[in-house]
Design a protein around this ligand. Structure first.
Ligand code: GAL
Length: 787
């Protein structure tokens, strides 16, 4: 099918989504670059697309379990489309937000170029290759050289594509740079391109609008002469009494940059921005708009669990909502530039962002990773990240790399200086950082380059205390912490905290049976620490500007320390399906003001067993625990405790906790001994979704006993049937070692829960999901999908 593009442009600039009507082949087909190639047998699909997540888990897949154990390889995409009728007078650009990886693009058989780095956004101007009527674009994606990543990357055109049409004199792609101070002074830099082959005179006007669309201030008209090399213009404006962007009130302004020629608007370019200031201080830590605050961050990889790497705005928004509820105020986009929509969400929802460029420079971490492209591409990739992202108010830090090998030898000196220079040339308003592990500064060549603004330390939480003594005057951020291991719903007590693996030499042997790590927060990797160990240190010292916990969510790949079939990580505070593990509530009790009381574990044990009962709480003086109505005593946190604990001789029934302040009850929580699985419950995160073919409703599936309690051991197979205008985009249960496919209409429950993700189509109507399971009462839920 041929896609028609928008009619002759009445608007000076159009940006159209280019995701529909692609053909796809998994495999190599060099002839496909030719317009004459017949692709009728290829599969038709809509982007974004990740072929890895559609595949089968296999230990032998070349990406290895570290890469998620899913297929990689080579794939081809083709699309036939009609050029806009006026293309000869226009500048038509195709923008790729990201292709993993080694993309090569042909239009009508002409080679446009390649882009090795799978996380970079890039664009090609295609006007000169277009012809009237049908045109063919072909994209080869080569992710076959493996292993190439320490986590699951996904494969394919996994982010959006856009087609932009402008006049031949227009604002360049990512062509505005806005800086503002809290008094409301705004400085705007505009890059204009001129593809007319002639000198042109244009007039530029910048206008700032409020969130509600009210014109606040307009610049004087600036006249510019631009030859074919383009022009850069600067303008200054002032917003009276600006509303500041903050984590609590993420207020954004809109800048409209208009180019006029002969009295007519020939371009109109929109950029959102925020007015805010921030500071890192060596003693006092971080402040936003003059107000001290700790950066309470998590590291996130880019996969969206069962949806893989394929970008979906609602899936990213849900992840951020879950993080926000926990009290998170910052995200580190480990270890690569994210999708542009992710940053838009952070701007809108009020998250601070550490935007990271690389996981390696010229020295490798895996055989076929970016080190191969680094020499030729690092400048371009880093510059493009800064140019694309520098107007986001959420971004407060540029990271030039994570645990880079060059910190250990003198080649790190020159590279660090060079990369910092690249960043500062494009943006001097944000500090540059790198996440370091070599703790002896004298031996750390990235630190020794003396070019970074802040010392970013990964792990080593015992070093926080004396940092100001050891590094007087140096600003400090815990760029990565913790690496605790947990499996949701699995509980295993231990006399002392376990480090799994114990060290770099010992083969990991313990705890392999269930491929599960305890949710009592008593296991971490040997280089890391438990959630409580880490947060206790980080919260103590003002000079610790903040921390980024590894990680907010479990992610595909890096199933350390477990062997196959483990295929996704255990580090998340929330599992891969989006279900919080217990530590979530420790953070919530510390990082939010809202009253929290959470007790663990479940209440199904062998009679007589001594069970550790933990409670995380806040906003209360004490918590009293009752078993079957009998008090087991009151407890309150002492010193730096983050939880309280009872040892309870198990008997079935009801365990109840009540938190109290000044003698008054604040919250009550109960866990009951569950009987045999009897029925299924479905809970939608949203019952009304948009009929746009993208929106999602996340349906939590709970296996209940007859009395309505979640059965903690339930692993029933649940079958799904979907009717109406929707589809099942993915299923999951959060178990890190499940080899069931994510694209399916069935899933086993894991510790009583699983998840079905419903996606809308472009047709409005009711979507009905029915869940059945042998021996259980079936149930259904309806979702409304509307335009
Ligand atoms: C860190 C690394 C992360 C992840 C983590 C696992 O050293 O920066 O990417 O591998 O370890 O604990």
């Amino acid at each position: 099918m041929t896609t028609a593009l928008p009619k002759p442009i009445s608007e000076p600039r159009t940006r159209t989504n280019f995701n529909k009507n692609w053909k796809f082949l998994l495999g190599d087909e060099p002839a496909a670059k030719s317009p004459a190639f017949i692709d009728t047998k290829w599969r038709k699909l809509t982007l974004p697309h990740d072929w890895g997540i559609e595949g089968k888990f296999d230990e032998k897949n070349p990406a290895k379990p570290e890469g998620g154990g899913l297929p990689t390889g080579i794939g081809w995409y083709r699309k036939e489309f009609i050029a806009p009728v006026d293309f000869q007078n226009r500048l038509i650009t195709i923008e790729f937000d990201g292709v993993y990886k080694n993309s090569e693009v042909w239009i009508n058989g002409k080679y446009l170029g390649k882009r090795p780095y799978g996380y970079s956004s890039f664009a090609y101007e295609i006007s000169q290759y277009l012809k009237t009527g049908k045109n063919i674009i072909a994209v080869k994606v080569d992710n076959s050289a493996q292993p190439d990543s320490r986590w699951y990357s996904g494969s394919g055109i996994y982010r959006n594509i856009w087609l932009t049409s402008t006049a031949k004199v227009a604002v360049s792609n990512w062509g505005t740079f806005i800086t503002a101070d809290n008094s409301g002074k705004v400085e705007i830099q505009t890059q204009i391109q001129n593809k007319t082959l002639k000198l042109q005179t244009v007039v530029l006007i910048n206008s700032v609008y409020s969130t509600t669309g009210k014109l606040l201030v307009k610049s004087k008209a600036q006249t510019a002469k631009t030859d074919t090399s383009g022009a850069i213009l600067k303008a200054n404006l002032e917003i009276k009494n600006p509303v500041l962007w903050s984590v609590e009130n993420p207020y954004q302004y809109k800048l409209v940059t208009q180019i006029f020629q002969n009295g007519k608007v020939i371009d109109s370019y929109h950029t959102k921005f925020g007015v805010r200031s921030f500071n890192f201080d060596a003693q006092k830590g971080f402040s936003l708009n003059g107000k001290p605050m700790k950066i309470l961050g998590v590291c996130l990889h880019h996969d969206l669990g069962a949806l893989g790497a394929a970008v979906n705005v609602r899936a990213m928004e849900r992840q951020l909502e879950i993080m926000k509820k926990m009290g998170v105020n910052a995200i580190r986009t480990s270890h690569n530039p994210p999708a542009p929509e992710f940053l838009d969400l952070c701007d809108k929802m009020g998250f601070l962002v550490m935007d990271e460029a690389f996981d390696m420079w010229a020295k490798k971490k895996t055989k076929n990773d970016y080190h191969l492209n680094y020499p030729e591409w690092h400048k371009r990739d880093l510059e493009d990240m800064i140019k694309r992202d520098r107007n986001h108010p959420s971004i407060i830090l540029w990271s030039i790399g994570n645990e880079i090998r060059e910190q250990f030898d003198s080649t790190g000196l020159a590279i660090t200086k060079k990369l910092v220079r690249i960043v500062k040339n494009l943006d001097k308003t944000r500090p540059v950082i790198s996440a370091l592990t070599e703790t002896d500064a004298k031996k750390n060549f990235i630190y020794q380059a003396n070019a970074l603004d802040i010392y970013g330390l990964n792990y080593n939480h015992k070093l926080y205390k004396d940092f100001p003594k050891n590094y007087p005057g140096i600003k400090f951020l815990a760029t990565e912490t913790t690496s605790a291991l947990e499996t949701r719903g699995f509980y295993d007590t231990a006399d002392s905290i376990r480090r799994w693996p114990k060290d770099g030499k010992t083969k990991f042997m313990e705890g392999n049976k269930e491929l599960s790590a305890s949710s009592y927060d008593n296991v971490s990797a040997y280089w890391g620490s438990t959630h409580e160990e880490t947060w206790k240190e980080a919260k103590k010292y003002d000079h610790v500007s903040g921390l980024f916990v590894w990680t907010g969510f479990d992610y595909l790949g890096e199933p350390l320390p477990y062997p196959w079939p483990a295929r996704s990580s255990y580090f998340g505070i929330v599992d891969l399906a989006g279900f919080p593990k217990d530590s979530y509530y420790m953070y919530q009790s510390e990082w939010t003001d809202k009253p929290v009381l959470h007790i663990l574990p479940h209440w199904n044990w062998e009679p007589g067993k001594s069970v550790e009962v933990w409670a995380y709480y806040n906003n209360a003086d004490e918590v009293e625990l009752y078993l079957n109505g009998k008090s087991l005593g009151k407890k309150s946190k002492q010193n730096d405790d983050l939880h309280i604990q009872w040892n309870v001789n198990y008997e079935p029934g009801t365990l109840k906790a009540v938190s109290r302040k000044n003698g008054k009850d604040v919250l009550t929580r109960e866990v009951k001994t569950a009987g045999a699985p009897a029925k299924i419950e479905l809970i939608a995160d949203r019952k009304n979704i948009k009929a746009d073919g993208k929106d999602l409703s996340f349906i939590t599936v709970r296996i209940l006993d007859a009395a309505g309690n979640v059965v903690p051991s339930a692993d029933n197979m649940v079958d799904f049937k979907l009717e109406g205008n929707g589809l099942i985009a993915g299923v999951d249960n959060g178990f890190q070692a499940s080899l069931e496919p994510f694209k399916a209409n069935y899933r086993k429950a894991f510790h009583g829960l699983c998840l079905a993700i419903i996606q809308s189509t472009e047709k409005s109507g009711v979507v009905k999901l029915t869940a059945t399971s042998a021996g259980l009462t079936a149930t259904a839920i309806t979702i409304n999908s509307n335009k």
